[in-house]
Design a protein around this ligand. Structure first.
Ligand code: GLC
Length: 566
């Protein structure tokens, strides 16, 4: 079948369903005013870069006023822009210019908790026990004779107790840092405020929302003690957990969806829901989320069966509800995948930066595997989320000195985990300068020298660079992998994960240690330059209807010649 014969659906396909969305972490993307911190003008200045890269949309991590105790996920006002990042007018200009370039914009909403500096929380503290202001949050009396013990044994995701006591003796719940008090979602006023917040950003033209901790808002009213510790960034917690993934969240999802449906545009919401794969589909019912992140894949080890199993689970979960999966390998909460894949299988990459051994890391293998996995993801049906800097092959800066760490995880875990700063180190745009072109005056976290070598300007136009691989990949993806949602598994031997898409194009990743012959046809792209076979730990895309180029055929002949090295 030639690419032209592909079944192009006659129904309208919304942009997010098969598109590529690029995550911008505003603090670390680009600093236009030279204060060492990224800003909205910085993002605006890089829109042409994002357009050249070939993304369909950007997701901007929280840019609201915030004390940045948790990098902005501690929101002090949902209807404004952090003065460190700019103004609402800057944001509106960014939205307009992005739209002119055909780039959609998704903002990040944090409904589970606010900052302690939000005026609702300040009012709750001032008004005292039993007040309507306090009822916006989860305040409770303590246990013990004088209420000196927390209301239950819940732990914060970042470490330490999930309750903090205030001066008048009551305790408030915070599933995250003590600076992030949880809202009480049984309170209609909380619900109404969020309806209005959605409408505020929809009125400004945003195209979607990424919903933070979408599985956390509803708590068991009895607030029972928990057996054992609970992790956020994992999906292996028990069913009927007292604060994760409770049935009540679906009613809230439906309410938000109704607000989005008031708008006559293709707007969407995507859930950050760390739930068991079998439950993901519930969030994707037609009157709930449009999409949900798929962390099953992100947490899977490097390996053929691991990847295949995660893909099958995600396709099945999405298909049962008529949605498409989302694919992602990195974000602002996890070790960058160029480093993660350089660690031996089974390594706990959250603990490894402190636990070591440091020489377990093979950065060359890490980047090679990262590029191969990225090509695999780009070829799958559904949408792709790319985290800023992965297109440069940036490694995680896991060895930041502890005195610069900013993530609350470092303190809250009692210095047992370094936290997530390693993936938040500011972007390098040029090979030199005080912060490799991030801004004119240093960067809020130190960048390693390798960031200069990997800067966007150093890779742009350079054959074989990671940046050019992403550009070519996203371009070909539009032609070969976004036309439909079909996938057929192929058998190319025990080490290769391979499938054919509806256009006929084949994607094959070799997890083994021996080269495997290319499938018949013309090579569209290889994860390493000059490939004539599916080399170990590489990925290829092949169009069976294309004749191999002269150069390819010459290289293949050379390979077959007696005495050839391969
Ligand atoms: C989400 C965010 C993370 C944040 C947490 C609390 O998991 O991605 O960065 O710390 O929620 O808001």
């Amino acid at each position: 079948m030639s690419p032209q014969q592909t079944a192009v659906p006659d129904v309208h396909v919304p942009w997010w369903r098969r598109g590529t969305i690029y995550q911008v972490y505003p603090r670390s993307f680009a600093d236009a005013n030279g204060d060492g911190t990224g800003d909205v003008e910085g993002i605006r200045s890089k829109l042409p870069y994002l357009s050249d890269l070939g993304v369909d949309g950007i997701w901007i991590s929280p840019w609201y006023p915030s004390p940045l105790a948790d990098g902005g996920y501690d929101v002090a006002d949902y209807r404004d822009i952090n003065p460190m990042f700019g103004t609402l007018a800057d944001a509106e200009r960014l939205l307009d210019e992005a739209h002119e370039l055909g780039i959609k914009v998704i903002v990040d909403l944090v409904p589970n908790h606010t900052s302690r500096e939000h005026r609702w929380f300040e009012a709750a503290l001032a008004a005292g026990p039993g007040s309507a202001e306090r009822a916006m949050y989860m305040f409770r009396p303590g246990r013990g004779d004088d209420g000196e013990l927390p209301p239950n044994n819940w732990r914060s995701v970042f470490g330490g107790p999930a309750w903090t006591r205030v001066d008048d003796g009551e305790w408030y719940l915070h599933l995250f840092d003590s600076s992030q008090p949880d809202l009480d979602w049984t309170n209609e006023r909380v619900r109404e405020e969020f309806d209005a917040i959605f409408r505020f950003w929809l009125d400004r033209g945003v195209d979607g929302f990424r919903i933070d901790v979408a599985h956390g808002m509803v708590k068991d009213p009895a607030l029972p003690d928990l057996d054992g510790e609970q992790e956020l960034l994992g999906t292996n917690f028990a069913v009927n957990h007292p604060h994760w993934d409770r049935d009540g969240v679906h009613e809230i999802n439906r309410r938000w969806r109704a607000v989005l449906d008031e708008v006559d545009r293709d707007v969407m919401m995507v859930a950050e829901a760390w739930v068991v794969p079998e439950h993901l589909g519930l969030y994707l019912r037609p009157d709930e989320y449009h999409q949900s992140f798929n962390f099953d894949f992100l947490t899977a080890d490097w390996g053929r069966d691991e990847a295949r199993d995660a893909i099958v689970r995600a396709l099945d979960a999405a298909q049962t509800v008529g949605s498409t999966p989302t694919w992602t390998l990195s974000n602002h909460d996890v070790m960058r995948h160029a480093t993660r894949y350089g660690l031996p299988k089974g390594t706990d990459w959250r603990a490894w930066p402190l636990a070591g051994p440091a020489d377990a890391l093979d950065p060359v293998a890490g980047l090679r595997r990262a590029k191969a996995m990225t090509m695999l993801l780009m070829a799958l049906p559904g949408s792709l989320y790319v985290y800023q800097g992965e297109e440069l092959g940036l490694p995680d800066v896991w060895d930041l000195p502890t005195d610069v760490l900013d993530d609350p995880v470092w303190e809250d875990s009692g210095h047992t985990q370094k936290g997530r700063d390693g993936c938040r180190v500011p972007m390098p745009w040029t090979p030199d300068g005080t912060s490799y072109g991030f801004g004119s005056n240093g960067a809020w976290l130190p960048q390693p020298t390798v960031y200069g070598e990997l800067a966007a300007a150093a890779q742009s136009g350079v054959d074989g660079s990671t940046l050019e691989l992403y550009r070519a990949g996203l371009d070909l993806r539009k032609r070969y992998f976004e036309a439909d949602e079909q996938l057929t598994w192929l058998d190319l031997g025990p080490d290769v994960l391979a499938f054919r898409r509806g256009t006929g194009a084949v994607c094959a990743l070799n997890y083994g240690s021996d080269p495997v012959a290319l499938p018949a046809g013309g090579l569209l792209l290889g994860s390493e330059p000059g490939m004539t076979a599916i080399e170990p730990e590489t990925c290829v895309w092949v169009d069976p209807d294309l004749r191999p180029s002269l150069a390819d055929r010459r290289r293949q002949r050379e390979m077959r010649r007696p005495g050839s090295q391969r």
